[in-house]
Design a protein around this ligand. Structure first.
Ligand SMILES: NC(=O)c1ccc[n+]([C@@H]2O[C@H](COP(=O)([O-])OP(=O)(O)OC[C@H]3O[C@@H](n4cnc5c(N)ncnc54)[C@H](O)[C@@H]3O)[C@@H](O)[C@H]2O)c1
Length: 293
């Protein structure tokens, strides 16, 4: 959105240079995965509220359809297009991008938020017979597919969508006068620094840092920025399954806020990363919590 939100001419004149450099979402098509619940849900709503042209809301749950219906009614426009499927399916991913391209144009904003946990100690010793039990390889593979490979491939498909659109318009390397074309925001975690009981989850989130660092160097050729946010414990079903006792005794006392972060607060930070072209690295939104030994 450009300025023009009732600030008055004087203020607009004084801040014009800055407003011109913010991303104009009204021309952008986005995709948010994991959008039926939690952080993805809140991010899709915030993007709609900020005036994005259209968003593919993607999830494996049926809830994604009622979410899109309610949001479209609330915003009085068909801003959300729901897609049900697993983010790990390449065919499903390509279908989402093809559909969005034909309905609204190339996808240039991507928040691949779908994620899962399979937590347990990396190696557990049976105290009766002394045998060691190592982390399940089946769980490891699922975690890598959903939390690491999928977000990266949804990001790559977004960059491909922008690159193909630019090629079709005979545009080569991106130039600053064009303003930023697209943006990827990966969802990391405070656990990316390592966390007891989260060998697979922490590895996936640290892996996304490598992808972000690489893509932030490569994708700017096409005018696509790339950043990663590391949320702390956020009030979503992913954390609520830990149980109220665990949250109250093990998490809250160690946070500065003494409460879980709201998904809307993380969504607000994600949208800040999208709008502010100067940010391309990492943002920690952790409420002062860091993993301890
Ligand atoms: N909640 C937290 O404290 C926290 C902290 C740091 C990072 N994160 C990350 O934020 C992201 C969102 O998590 P959340 O807390 O909102 O969790 P959530 O469980 O509330 O929502 C996750 C959504 O992803 C969807 N999903 C999972 N696997 C999928 C698949 N294979 N295909 C399609 N959809 C799938 C689920 O159906 C769900 O709607 C995740 O990447 C998570 O790792 C969460």
């Amino acid at each position: 959105m450009k300025s023009g939100n009732g600030n008055g001419n004087g203020k607009r004149r004084m801040t014009a240079g800055w407003h011109d450099r913010r991303m104009d979402l009204s021309t952008k098509v986005g995709v948010v995965t994991g959008a039926a619940r939690g952080i993805g849900h809140a991010t899709a709503l915030t993007l709609a509220d900020m005036g994005i042209k259209a968003i593919a809301v993607v999830d494996q749950l049926d809830e994604v359809f009622s979410f899109a219906d309610e949001a479209n009614e609330c915003f009085e426009r068909k801003v959300m297009v729901p897609f049900k499927g697993s983010v790990t399916s390449s065919d499903f991913r390509r279908h989402v991008f093809t559909e969005m391209q034909s309905l609204h144009g190339p996808v240039s904003i991507c928040i691949p938020a779908a994620g899962i946990t399979r937590d347990r100690l990396a190696v557990k010793i049976d105290k009766t017979d002394g045998t060691a039990d190592v982390y399940s390889e089946a769980d490891w593979d699922i975690m890598m597919d959903v939390n690491l490979k999928a977000p990266i491939y949804w990001a790559l498909q977004t960059i491909a969508s922008v690159a193909e659109d630019r090629f079709s318009r005979r545009l080569g390397e991106w130039h600053p006068e064009e303003h930023v074309q697209g943006c990827i925001i990966f969802i990391g975690s405070v656990s990316s620094a390592g966390n007891r009981g989260q060998i697979s989850y922490a590895t996936t989130k640290a892996g996304l840092e490598g992808a972000q660092g690489t893509l932030s160097r490569e994708a700017m050729y096409h005018g696509v920025r790339c950043a990663i946010i590391h949320p702390g414990f956020t009030d979503t079903s992913m954390v609520r399954v830990l149980g109220e006792d665990y949250v109250n005794s093990r998490i809250l006392p160690q946070t500065q806020l003494r409460r879980l972060i709201l998904p809307e607060e993380i969504a607000d930070a994600i949208c800040f990363l999208i709008r502010n072209a100067a940010v391309s690295g990492q943002l920690w939104a952790d409420a002062g919590w860091h993993p301890t030994a």
